[in-house]
Ligand binder design. Structure first.
Ligand SMILES: Nc1ncnc2c1ncn2[C@@H]1O[C@H](C[S@+](CC[C@H]([NH3+])C(=O)[O-])CC(=O)[O-])[C@@H](O)[C@H]1O
Ligand SMILES: O=C(O)C(=O)Cc1ccccc1
Length: 242
């Protein structure tokens, strides 16, 4: 059904901003697997954390769900009664395919797939909230407001999982670690042209924070504890507990 990511393989004269449109949705599993080191580990750990932290009579949120990889991992991990999963993405191309994907692997836990901006939805009775490589696309000035809303809608003892591309404040470290990521992309078959065209299209669209900024924001939003549980190069994942 889905294909190989060749979106940036030919020279593009009018390189626009990166968008989660039909073309991207069509090749997304290949694109994310070849671009994000540790992606599969993170997805399976979202399953394990869901198993540990989901509470009966609660909701699990997958914010920026794309094709629903994290939703599927969460759905498989649910053991408690009266649990509902809410998967949200503002890309119609993603939401349409996500719904088909979920229907193809039917499960007993109800999943509502919603096409909306995660900054506009209501969050309530949440025991697990996942932002798997989504916060980096939300305008920086809206990120704290979003985290405060999530914290407000969570149950005590609930977990927020935030996976992101990171920026490093020391220029030498930023250079060294982003070069390791570029080598990872080269090793996965991306050409210099593909790498540089995609990088330009992501400029001002994917805006990474430092790990310290993430931890400070969790504290500012009211979370009682947070830590980085995974890192590979400039990609990683944090947990925060209410
Ligand atoms: N404001 C927003 N509101 C809703 N959706 C948004 C917003 N901004 C971006 N998105 C959506 O967030 C997703 C980010 S991809 C997530 C991967 C997935 N979590 C995975 O586990 O496979 C990560 C990446 O491509 O690096 C896209 O589907 C956007 O449409
Ligand atoms: O490809 C990159 O360089 C990235 O930073 C990761 C990524 C993966 C999928 C969509 C957008 C960005």
């Amino acid at each position: 059904m889905q294909g190989k990511d060749k979106l940036f393989s030919q020279p593009i004269t009018q390189l626009g901003e990166f968008k989660f449109d039909d073309q991207v949705a069509e090749v997304f599993p290949d694109m994310i697997q070849r671009s994000v080191p540790g992606y599969s580990n993170i997805i399976s750990t979202i399953g394990h954390l869901t198993e540990q932290f989901h509470q009966p009579n609660s909701k699990l949120y997958d914010l920026g769900c794309s094709l629903g990889a994290a939703t599927l991992a969460m759905r498989r991990a649910v053991k408690q009664d009266n649990v509902e999963i809410v998967a949200v993405d503002n890309s119609p191309a993603m939401v349409e395919r996500c719904q088909k994907h979920l229907d193809a692997f039917r499960g007993s836990v109800p999943v509502a797939v919603i096409c909306e901006d995660i900054c506009d939805i209501e969050i309530s009775e949440a025991s697990v909230v996942v932002l798997n490589f989504t916060l980096q696309f939300v305008a920086q000035e809206q990120r704290l407001t979003l985290l405060k809303k999530i914290h407000h809608g969570m149950k005590t003892g609930g977990i927020l999982i935030v996976s992101e591309k990171f920026h490093f404040s020391q220029a030498s470290i930023q250079g060294l670690i982003s070069e390791l990521h570029l080598d990872f992309k080269r090793a996965n078959g991306y050409s210099e042209l593909e790498i540089s065209q995609k990088r330009s299209s992501l400029d001002n669209v994917l805006v990474p924070d430092t790990i310290e900024q993430h931890k400070q924001r969790f504290a500012d939003a009211g979370f009682s504890a947070s830590e980085l549980w995974f890192q590979c190069f400039n990609f990683g994942s944090l947990v925060a507990i209410k």
